[in-house]
Design a protein around this ligand. Structure first.
Ligand SMILES: [Zn+2]
Length: 179
């Protein structure tokens, strides 16, 4: 910060205090000794997304929200799920501390979350976002999803429909009838 009186580029801070939304600093020029005040405020970060055609566009949370909402339409998800998902992604994007983020990164973030949330929503989102041009590409995605699902052992909370002894009895009875 140059001195407003003589233009010298160095000053010392003689007082510093927090004000509503920033810090107020009282400075003294190291050259002419004049005193002046500076304010330091947090600059609201503006975030741009780089689209597939390289165009830049300011990040728009409502657009993100609309995309997720569309994918989750009529899915049995608890109220607020979609908003929370968009909030989480927005927070994560700002945490990256970048000024430009490719749309693909955002898309991948949504996909990753939807995959764990709802498979139908995931496929819907993927089909738009990945722009599946043919049914083969879509099928491949579904297959990947299903095989990943098969790897995760699900807890068997459901009781067997027929008790073991009874089913054994039925098998015996069946054999007897065949004799
Ligand atoms: Zn000065």
């Amino acid at each position: 910060m140059n001195c407003p009186y003589c233009g010298h580029n160095d000053s010392k801070v003689i007082d510093s205090r927090d004000v509503n939304d920033g810090i107020r600093r009282r400075r003294q020029c190291l050259s002419c000794g004049s005193r002046f005040t500076t304010y330091e405020r947090l600059q609201p970060a503006s975030l741009f997304v780089i689209k597939k055609d390289e165009r830049r566009e300011e990040f728009n949370k409502n657009k993100l929200l609309a995309g997720i909402r569309k994918a989750c339409e009529k899915r049995p998800l608890p109220t607020g799920t979609v908003d929370k998902l968009a909030d989480d992604i927005e927070a994560e994007l700002y945490q990256l501390s970048k000024t430009e983020i490719p749309t693909t990164v955002i898309g991948d973030m949504v996909m990753e979350r939807l995959k764990n949330l709802d498979h139908v929503a995931y496929i819907r989102f993927a089909s738009v976002y990945r722009e599946f041009t043919d049914i083969t590409a879509l099928k491949r995605e579904v297959d990947t999803l299903l095989s990943a699902e098969a790897e995760v052992p699900r807890p068997t909370s459901q009781l067997p429909l027929i008790p073991v002894e009874q089913s054994a009895g039925l098998a015996k009875g069946h054999r007897r009838r065949r004799k």
